[in-house]
Design a protein around this ligand. Structure first.
Ligand SMILES: CC(C)(COP(=O)(O)OP(=O)(O)OC[C@H]1O[C@@H](n2cnc3c(N)ncnc32)[C@H](O)[C@@H]1OP(=O)(O)O)[C@@H](O)C(=O)NCCC(=O)NCCS
Length: 205
């Protein structure tokens, strides 16, 4: 590896580190993400703790990617407009053929599959989306679900593997602003730092 290549790898690692920090403003993180090669649309927010192994990530407009989301593999992850992703979710894009003899996974045999979340979905916390899966528009994926195959549009999916538990009415394809005043206000007179943080994410980009 030449000195120049080695410096550019280190620069990349440094930028990944900075953007993963909670104290990095969302706006700076967004610039770093774009510099690192991802695409991200207007008014979309990516929060801290993001894990970067995937190089091909395309995020539309008015999206929220909450903290500690993990993007893995050499396939692409496409997140269409107006999608909200809960914290600690994982998007996988690479898998491996299972060998007949042990070891079952041999290094160097990779299958890259594109993963996609269509318009207007909400994924709860700790959702895992397997390689090649498309979550069709208007779906809600319940916290902790593992989505192993494509969904149909406008439904709630829950569990491992995720199954459709409820139908939802199709929603209008309107780009709503990412932040509206919360309808449930804190009951306590003492606002926690989490409240302040939630209030802040729209302005801090
Ligand atoms: C999906 C969700 C929004 C509930 O939607 P809902 O319309 O109120 O659905 P219900 O509570 O009526 O649940 C429907 C069924 O799914 C099941 N279910 C709901 N959430 C589930 C989950 N996370 N895992 C497994 N099953 C779940 C319910 O037990 C119920 O099953 P039943 O019909 O056999 O009783 C909620 O469960 C959820 O996961 N919210 C995400 C919260 C979160 O992650 N917040 C932080 C990130 S933004």
């Amino acid at each position: 590896m030449t000195l120049t290549t080695s410096l550019s790898v280190k620069l990349r690692e440094l930028l990944e580190l900075i953007s993963a920090m909670r104290l990095c403003p969302n706006g700076i993180r967004k610039k770093i993400i774009v510099y690192l090669g991802w695409k991200i649309g207007d008014r979309s927010v990516v929060r801290w703790g993001i894990n970067y192994p995937a190089k091909r990530v395309f995020i539309g407009r008015d999206c929220l990617v909450a903290a500690h989301t993990f993007f893995d593999g050499a396939g692409s992850v496409t997140i269409e407009d107006n999608v909200k992703i809960g914290p600690f979710s994982k998007f996988l894009t690479t898998t491996h053929p299972i060998e007949e003899k042990a070891p079952r996974r041999v290094f160097g045999k990779d299958i890259h599959l594109d993963t996609k979340i269509e318009f207007g979905c909400w994924l709860g916390a700790s959702v895992m989306v397997l390689p090649g899966v498309t979550i069709r528009s208007g779906c809600v994926i319940a916290a902790g679900a593992v989505v192993v195959k494509d969904t149909e549009p406008n439904g709630i999916y829950a569990g491992v593997p995720a199954k459709r538990v409820k139908d939802l009415a199709p929603s209008a394809a309107v780009l709503a602003p990412i932040y509206t005043q919360p309808t449930i206000v804190a009951q306590s007179a003492h606002r926690s730092s989490a409240d302040a943080d939630y209030d802040g994410f729209a302005g801090n980009r």
